[in-house]
Design a protein around this ligand. Structure first.
Ligand SMILES: [Zn+2]
Length: 292
């Protein structure tokens, strides 16, 4: 998705440049207008680049666009989100604590740090839920600078990537742990870009993202991001093999009515090898399996 944002930014800038050039020809006092136009284009470009960089890292069920951006620091990525921070439009009350029953805002807040917690449009994590053992990904497997996953999930991911490499596929991670606040910003960005309806198909609202668990990764390869991976040999490899290493593709093709999210072959969540094998054998989506 970040690649698309970049393309969009360039395209918009070109359109602005074209319209500004047109305006210059019609103007009798073109010089100040032209100078102003250049400044406006430059300002727009800077804003778009900042937004694109901020949302770099991907979409994903729950990804919704973006994630840990290259400009963010390790401290920002691992710090406890401010529960009083502004939330996404229409989002639930971020100050609520776990109850296991729907609250006044309609969502159910589940306990933090259970790796098998069922996260969907209804169930979410507390705003201050940050995994305890986040570990930085080795640079060789991160496509986005400093990124973090929980220790056990990262170990399993490295085993999976080694196996993929043995089969000729060099996989990387485009986005992994995302804090509550990062997810809130990400969701807001996609709402502003594509509207709420489309954003809700591909982006989780804050608290509802599996990326907040620290066990989930958006996998890429060869510089491919998110939707670019659809239909590739790497996506086929992940679909066939990820469960053997304890990962499940949370949002399979043709299951949007069940999962709530569009097809995301890149988004894998660690549940442990035993559970992953059971999910695979069941033929159910992860959401159905965890809720049953
Ligand atoms: Zn994802």
């Amino acid at each position: 998705m970040s690649v698309k944002v970049g393309r969009m930014a360039k395209s918009r800038t070109r359109q602005q440049q074209r319209s500004n050039v047109g305006g210059r020809d019609k103007s009798t006092s073109w010089q100040p207008i032209f100078t102003g136009a250049i400044l406006a284009v430059a300002a727009s470009f800077i804003i778009l680049v900042v937004v694109a960089a901020d949302s770099f890292g991907g979409s994903g069920g729950g990804d919704g666009g973006a994630g840990v951006g290259p400009t963010e620091t390790a401290a920002a990525n691992t710090s406890t989100p401010d529960p009083s921070a502004t939330d996404s439009p229409g989002n639930a009350d971020p100050t609520r604590t776990p109850t296991n029953e729907p609250g006044p805002d309609g969502t159910t807040v589940l306990a933090c740090n259970d790796i098998l917690v069922p996260l969907d449009k209804q169930n979410r994590l507390p705003a201050d839920c940050v995994p305890p053992d986040l570990e930085e990904l080795p640079g060789a497997i991160s496509a986005q600078g400093a990124q973090y996953m929980r220790t056990e999930a990262l170990g399993a991911l490295r085993e999976m990537f080694d196996a993929a490499r043995a089969d000729g596929f060099v996989l990387q991670v485009n986005s992994s742990f995302r804090s509550y606040q990062t997810q809130a910003d990400t969701y807001n960005y996609w709402v502003q870009t594509y509207g709420k309806e489309q954003a809700d198909r591909t982006s989780a609202r804050a608290g509802h993202s599996e990326h907040q668990l620290g066990t989930t990764a958006d996998v890429g390869a060869r510089g491919l991001f998110l939707e670019d991976l659809i239909g590739t040999a790497e996506a086929d490899w992940l679909a066939e093999n990820s469960w053997k290493y304890g990962f499940i593709i949370s949002y399979p093709e043709g299951k949007e009515d069940i999962t709530g999210y569009a097809y995301e072959p890149w988004h894998v969540r660690y549940v442990g090898q035993g559970v992953a094998a059971d999910v695979q054998a069941s033929g159910l989506t992860l959401r159905e399996f965890l809720l049953k």
